[in-house]
Every structure is written in structure tokens, then in C-alpha cells.
Design a protein around this ligand. Structure first.
Ligand SMILES: Nc1ncnc2c1ncn2[C@@H]1O[C@H](COP(=O)(O)OP(=O)(O)OP(=O)(O)O)[C@@H](O)[C@H]1O
Ligand SMILES: [Mg+2]
Length: 299
């Protein structure tokens, strides 16, 4: 089936209907989606993949094709609900979407179209979605680097009008990584660094560079959107740190909360700085039990 022509283009929709002012890389990604190119978006953490690109694409599909079917999955069901569906629900009162029904993990149109969230277990069995002229199919996979290969195998059995896989970077393996490498010729690949996202402060980028080192997997994955191979330097020990004032409040609070909530028995009174082996946002009791290291630099 040829890629259908919308009554409103995706950029116009994002800007004039949703009120988004997309960055250059978001415009490029949205244009690839509109053109029907299978699109693999690798972007730094917090770039706007979920809330700006995927949500806009899903609503654009329903707006133009009220009988359209949008299947969205993510490595994490709770993130799918919290990030994708909480954001899409912000549009529930929009005059153009008033006739839609917004539920916890789905949006339904009066005409029978929908955006439906599938857990990876369900997506792994999702083979029955095939495009029809009156009801195109859009497949969105978020946090794609952490979705198991067999889920992608099932998703590929669906006949999709639009297919978008979005992710931050991670270890250099898996189905999403192969879209960017082995199967690169079949995908429109967009790679986005923190420096291309004006809402990510230069200060926070520099802080991470100083803390982890610019060649560390942590920095390369989080800010440069680079996949890193096993065996790359994965743990950098900071020199003793005596410049607490260099930390912006947000980072200090994040570290403190992560430690207080998930890891016990530290003396926060003397905490100057912490370094976590791994992604600070993912630190938990599990990472502690697995022997990941936390360095505290006390007074
Ligand atoms: N064009 C834009 N203009 C203003 N803010 C933006 C823009 N694009 C993204 N943002 C902001 O970026 C932030 C992060 O968005 P989002 O959660 O969608 O990122 P993400 O790439 O999915 O992050 P993660 O890596 O955690 O999954 C949001 O607060 C959003 O408002
Ligand atoms: Mg996201």
C-alpha cells in the first residue's frame, strides 16, 4: 500500500494543533515518519523521543485517519503508561480530540481507530495488525534497545504503514542496534546528541563529562547517543572531590534520593559526592546486590 496522503502534514499538525515547536532533529524524524520510512531514532536521554516525537506521530495518525490503528510498546510497561500515555492524555481536552476516549493505556476514536499500549509480552504475540486503505497501521516501539529480539520479530510480521523504533543508546547488541548497523540501509536512522536539545543545559553535560569522562560508556550513551561495546571502559573513579558548589541542586538531590530510597546505610551528613557504576537513574537495590560500586567522597 502506498503511504497515504494526510489532510494535515505532520509538522503542521505538531506545531499548529499540538503547539510543539520541534527542534531540527525532531522535524527531520517527523518528516521521515510522515514519508513512511521505517525510522530508527537514537537520542540522548531526555531528548523528547516519547513526549514529542512518538506522541505527536500517534495523534497525527488518528487525526488524519480516524480508523487508523497505532500500536505502541515499550521495554517498560510502567514507563509506557507514565511517559507515553500520561503525555497523550494531556490532549484529552483539546477541542479536536474531544470525541476521543482517553483511557489508561489507550485512546479510542468514535470511528473505531485507536492508539493501544501493548506490554512486550503482548507485543511479542502481535501479528494480526495489517494495514488497510481506510485503516493504516502505525507501530511505535519506545525504549527499543531493551526490547527482546523476538518481540521485534513479531512486530515485523505486522504490515505497518509507519514503523518507528526509538531509544536511548546502550550496549552494542540486540535487534534495535542491528537496525542501525546490519540493516542500516533499510532504516532512516536519526542520531541525536544532548547538544542538539536546547532544553538540556550545557552545564549538566559538562558535569557528566567531568564526572564520568567523555570516553566513558556512561557519557557516550547518555549524551552522545553512542552504543558502546562490552569491554569499553565502564567505571571511572573520580578523584577526591572538594567542589560541592559545582553541583547543581538537581543532581545533588537526584543522587541523594537514589541513595536514600534504594541503598541503605550511608552517612549523608558527610556526603560530598557520589559516583555510581551504571546509570544513576537506574540505581536500585538490585544494582547494589549485584556488586555495583558506589563511591562516596566524604569530608
Ligand atoms: N521541542 C521541544 N521543546 C521544548 N521542550 C522539549 C522539546 N522536545 C522535548 N522537550 C522536553 O524534553 C523533556 C524530555 O522529554 P521525553 O521524556 O519525551 O524525552 P525522552 O527522550 O523520551 O527521554 P528518556 O530518554 O528518558 O526516555 C520533556 O520535558 C520535554 O518537554
Ligand atoms: Mg522516553
Amino acid at each position: 500500500m502506498d503511504t497515504p496522503r494526510p489532510r494535515l502534514g505532520i509538522l503542521e499538525f505538531a506545531e499548529s494543533v499540538l503547539g510543539i515547536r520541534p527542534y531540527q532533529w525532531q522535524r527531520k524524524t517527523l518528516c521521515h515518519i510522515e514519508a513512511g520510512h521505517p525510522t530508527a531514532l537514537t537520542a540522548c536521554n531526555g531528548a523528547g523521543k516519547t513526549s514529542t516525537v512518538l506522541v505527536a506521530a500517534a495523534l497525527w495518525c488518528l487525526f488524519n485517519w480516524p480508523r487508523g490503528r497505532v500500536i505502541v510498546t515499550s521495554a517498560s510497561w510502567s514507563q509506557l503508561k507514565k511517559q507515553f500515555f500520561d503525555t497523550i492524555r494531556l490532549q484529552a481536552r483539546h477541542p479536536l480530540f474531544r470525541s476521543h476516549t482517553f483511557n489508561e493505556a489507550e485512546v479510542r476514536t468514535r470511528e473505531g481507530g485507536f492508539v493501544i499500549g501493548l506490554s512486550v509480552d503482548e507485543a511479542g504475540k502481535a501479528e494480526g495488525y495489517h494495514e488497510r486503505p481506510d485503516s493504516p497501521v502505525m507501530i511505535l516501539a519506545d525504549e527499543a534497545k531493551s526490547i527482546a529480539d523476538d518481540v521485534f520479530t513479531s512486530l515485523l510480521r505486522c504490515t505497518a504503514t509507519w514503523r518507528v523504533y526509538a531509544s536511548s543508546a546502550g550496549p552494542a547488541c540486540g535487534a534495535f542496534y542491528s537496525c542501525l548497523t546490519t540493516f542500516r540501509n533499510f532504516w532512516a536512522c536519526v542520531l541525536v546528541k544532548s547538544s542538539e536539545c536546547p532544553h538540556i543545559s550545557q552545564e549538566s553535560i559538562e558535569l557528566d563529562r567531568a564526572m564520568w569522562g567523555e570516553h566513558s560508556p556512561q557519557f557516550r550513551q547518555k549524551h552522545l547517543a553512542e552504543f558502546t561495546a562490552e569491554g569499553d571502559q565502564d567505571c571511572v573513579r573520580l578523584p577526591p572531590y572538594d567542589g560541592v558548589q559545582d553541583w547543581n541542586l538537581r543532581n545533588r538531590i537526584e543522587i541523594r534520593c537514589a541513595l536514600e530510597n534504594e541503598v541503605h546505610a550511608q552517612d549523608f551528613g558527610s556526603l560530598l559526592c557520589a559516583f555510581v557504576h551504571g546509570d544513576i537513574e537506574r540505581i536500585g537495590r538490585e544494582s547494589w546486590d549485584q556488586g555495583n560500586r558506589i563511591f562516596l567522597f566524604g569530608r
